[in-house]
Ligand binder design. Structure first.
Ligand code: HT7
Ligand code: ZN
Length: 855
């Protein structure tokens, strides 16, 4: 497959200021008539090239005249037409079969609906068009369909007209006045019910809000609607951004390759990020709904009003929008807990990506298949870059920078460099060296050492940085790394102030005076930079910070590091003293001043995967054994406390307040340790929680705890869960996911059996991710020494590639981590990658991921 390079960017040869689309909709046979007004861009004689993928023109007309077959041709799917003048009207006609579209890109059928997904390159599967984000057009869309089957007809922008037709058909016209790239086009047709509401913008305009779902799901949309209204108000307050159309619609669909899509005025969502009620959604699900609704809404400015020039600039909209949604969610709940959760996600996904064969910069230099670049690096590391800029600038200057960016580029397709320039100018900061964060892949390492001189009462902090080599980038340049730092007096438990140190050299020293005693170092507070910090802090220092650090992230981090040190020692077979961990956990759970949600985060042992990341070669069995043993010990030594917490945190009635959510989180953590302790009544207590719960947060946590063991309660709970939720797809996903994620000796066989279950289907991406995505994230099970886990995943990738290459390609990366495993496992992983690559007709998506994973 062809490699696309950032350096090859050229402005479009032809622009399309206006497009009129006419859809005659039917699942088996949809006719699309497209009228483009095209204008030559610059002085050249190149033909008009309209991208197409899997479509053929039934007719082509230019300025009203039908062209002969000799006057146009297809080249790699694209329609090529030589045009004589500077402006023309080009009309095409194509036929689609949405019900046969299993890729879920372009126009497809899902649960009786017809809907579209165009980002990144799906529009070319609907009609012929310059499918690139720097061609912006005003859209006028007419939809026609059978009224009984498709009573609701939605598209981008504002509704203009609608009417009935003979033979039970009807039509609707929608106009979007804001020029947009075709990846933001959308339509939906179906039998949908609506949760309607309104929002009055800061300038007093009324916006009609609609969340469209199947009738029986309307009661499950309240949380999404609340999130939408909160997001609209937040963007006005924090960024001065007002909504611009008269309507804002959201539609939930069951089959979706991603979380959601920010189509202008018509967001389309994976139903898992819209539907929530206490019976079926966990608190994590509720937070996911809030965060994704906000994310897509925020794209209206960061992505739609200002879009991307080309797909290499993807992080311009995605990194910035993730940063915006993270801050929104923090403002809606707890800043401390949100930061801890976000860093955990970053480390689990992005740090792994950055240290493997698929590592790439936040602004990549090349790709084969753009869908493979919707990565944690683009999204989550991209958000960290914006966070660092905001930190270095302070809130007022950052806001001045974003104001300038939005004002300067409104209605344009911009670049990451445009964003950085606006920050520099608006925020009065020099980001010359900082730009390297966009260019260099790999997670920087910072070594931080302090030395104390009692005579001069001074402390020297020496920081040394390095960025590991990554594919195609062997030599790295020195980065600008902002590190929030404090030095603690261990006698008083206080510090003299939090300082932002900017590390700009390979090795740099900072001197602090006025320290009669050696202080304790607290560094990268708030996780101010996405780096790996190595320090020479003792277990005593870490225990001190875990009890006293006033930065919640640093306090959490100290506790995690304390646990990591003990676990790494145990994994290496050393006799380690784990008393410091047990004492720190005890201190934390008995500190009544702490937020229960924070306590629950802090006392959680690092995951098996995170422990693997701390080792040069991952030993899944040793990691599992060590972690299990420490968990058992913490459980047993603090058993009365766990029982007490578990009983005390039982709420009388369900509520969604931060304190109620925190209580459930801590209750579940206590249950987990109680069961891990080996107490004979552990499974019965878990089963009782499972059985009595009035919410999914407690029910699923109890099920997950039981699924790790081999008790009789395990099977009983799984059966009850299945029978209760077998008709609710999103909840049944949890049943598959819980079993695939279980730390159970037979997980590989169980997953193999589940893949044959009558409710398992490759056609639904949520179901695939619930089973295989969860399984591939279960380090102990997936990396079974026999290689049977690898074979299972590769079989799925091969089968799924024929249906949905995008979703198949997302399952490849776990196989690409072979360099981190001993040769036996590594060879088995490589063999599966080779087997995948040898499949005839393999998609570009999987070819790119598997090919790179072998390098
Ligand atoms: N901007 C959206 C990306 C997206 C997508 C990408 C590839 C294939 C299918 C897709 N669906 C949505 C989602 C977002 O980041 O907001
Ligand atoms: Zn996004």
């Amino acid at each position: 497959p062809t490699v696309i390079r950032r350096q090859d960017y050229r402005p479009p040869d032809w622009l399309v200021p206006d497009i009129a689309l006419d859809f005659d909709l039917d699942p088996a046979r949809t006719i699309v008539r497209t009228l483009l007004s095209v204008t030559r861009n610059g002085d050249h004689d190149r033909p008009l090239r309209l991208d197409g993928d899997g479509i053929v023109p039934l007719a082509v007309r230019v300025d009203g005249r039908e062209l002969t077959q000799e006057e146009w041709h297809l080249e790699a799917g694209a329609l090529i037409i030589a045009l004589p003048d500077a402006a023309h009207q080009v009309e095409t006609l194509v036929e689609l079969a949405p019900e046969g579209n299993s890729k879920l890109m372009g126009l497809y059928a899902s649960g009786g609906l017809l809907c579209t997904q165009c980002e990144a390159e799906g529009f070319r599967r609907i009609t012929f068009f310059p499918d690139r984000p720097d061609v912006l057009s005003r859209y006028s869309v007419r939809l026609e369909a059978d009224k009984a089957r498709f009573p609701v007809l939605l598209a981008n922008g504002d509704p203009i007209e609608q009417g009935d037709l003979p033979d039970g058909r009807h039509w609707a016209r929608w106009n979007d006045p804001f020029p947009k790239p075709c990846y933001l086009f959308a339509l939906v047709a179906g039998d949908l019910a609506c949760n309607t509401d309104r929002f009055v913008t800061i300038s007093g305009r009324e916006v009609a809000l609609g969340i469209w779902v199947k009738e029986s799901d309307v009661p499950r949309t309240a949380h999404a609607m609340e999130a939408l209204k909160n997001s609209m108000a937040w963007d006005e307050r924090i960024y001065g951004r007002e909504y611009d159309l008269d309507v804002f619609n959201i539609v939930a669909v069951a089959d979706f390759n991603f979380g959601a899509m920010e189509n202008k005025g018509l967001n389309i969502f994976n139903s898992r990020y819209i539907l929530a009620d206490p019976e079926t959604a966990t608190d994590i699900d509720y937070d996911g709904v809030e965060g994704v609704v906000a994310h897509e809404y925020f794209h209206n400015w960061s992505g739609n009003r200002v879009t991307c020039r080309d797909w290499f600039q993807l992080s311009l909209k995605e990194g910035f929008t993730v940063f915006r949604d993270q801050n929104f969610s923090a403002d809606m709940g707890s800043h401390a807990v949100k930061r801890i959760e976000d860093v955990r996600i970053l480390r689990a996904g992005q740090f792994q990506e950055d240290s493997g064969p698929l590592a790439h910069p936040v602004r990549p230099e090349s790709y084969m298949e753009i869908s493979n670049f919707y990565t944690s690096t683009i999204y989550n590391k991209g958000a960290e870059l914006i966070r660092m800029m905001a930190l270095m600038m302070g809130p007022e200057r950052f806001r001045a920078g974003t104001d300038l960016y939005f004002d300067r580029h409104d209605g344009e397709a911009a670049t990451c460099e445009d964003f950085v320039l606006a920050m520099e100018e608006g925020g009065a900061i020099d980001l010359t060296q900082f730009r390297r964060w966009y260019e260099q892949a790999g997670t920087p390492h910072v070594r931080a050492l302090i030395s104390h001189d009692p005579v001069s009462q001074s402390v020297e902090l020496t920081l040394e940085q390095s960025v590991p080599p990554t594919p195609g980038q062997s030599d790295k340049q020195v980065m600008a790394i902002p590190l929030r730092t404090a030095l603690f007096d261990s006698a008083t438990g206080t510090h003299g102030g939090d300082e932002l140190l900017l590390l700009t050299q390979a090795k740099q020293s900072f001197t602090f005076t006025g320290f009669p005693n050696a202080p304790v170092l607290s560094i990268n507070r708030g996780f101010s930079a996405p780096v790996i910090v190595e320090t020479n802090r003792s277990q005593a220092d870490l225990a001190f910070l875990s009890a006293h650090d006033d930065d919640p992230f640093a306090r959490y981090e100290a506790m995690q590091q304390l646990m990591v040190n003990v676990l790494v020692g145990r994994i290496a077979g050393q006799a380690v003293d784990d008393q410091a961990v047990i004492d720190a956990v005890r201190n934390t759970i008995t500190d009544t001043a702490l937020d229960p949600a924070f306590v629950a985060e802090t006392i959680r042992l690092p995951s098996e995967a995170y422990l693997g990341d701390q080792m040069r070669l991952v030993d899944p069995d040793a990691i599992h054994a060590a972690r299990d043993a420490l968990q058992q010990k913490i459980g047993a030594e603090l058993e009365p406390l766990w029982r007490d917490i578990h009983a005390k945190t039982k709420a009388n009635a369900f509520a969604l307040s931060p304190s109620a959510k925190g209580g459930r989180k801590l209750r579940n953590a206590a249950l987990h340790y109680l069961v891990a302790s080996g107490a004979t009544d552990g499974p019965a207590i878990a089963f009782a929680q499972f059985d009595a719960a009035d919410n999914m947060t407690e029910r699923q946590a109890a099920l997950g705890t039981l699924a790790n063991g081999t008790s009789a309660e395990r099977e009983a709970a799984l059966d009850i869960f299945y029978n209760r939720y077998r008709d609710d797809a999103l909840t049944l996903d949890k049943w598959f996911q819980t079993q695939a994620f279980a730390l159970h000796p037979d997980t590989v066989e169980l997953v193999a059996q589940l893949s044959e279950h009558k409710d398992f289907t490759l056609a639904n991406p949520n179901r695939v991710r619930s089973l295989y995505g969860a399984f591939a994230g279960n380090q102990w099970a997936f990396h079974h020494a026999s290689g049977k886990g690898y074979r299972l995943l590769a079989d799925c990738i091969i089968a799924l590639d024929r249906l949905n290459p995008q979703t198949a390609a997302k399952l490849v990366p776990p196989l690409g981590r072979w360099k981190r495993f001993e040769e036996g496992r590594a060879a088995l992983m490589r063999a599966e990658l080779q087997r995948i690559l040898a499949q005839p007709g393999l998609s570009k998506d999987v070819t790119e991921q598997a090919g790179k994973s072998l390098e």
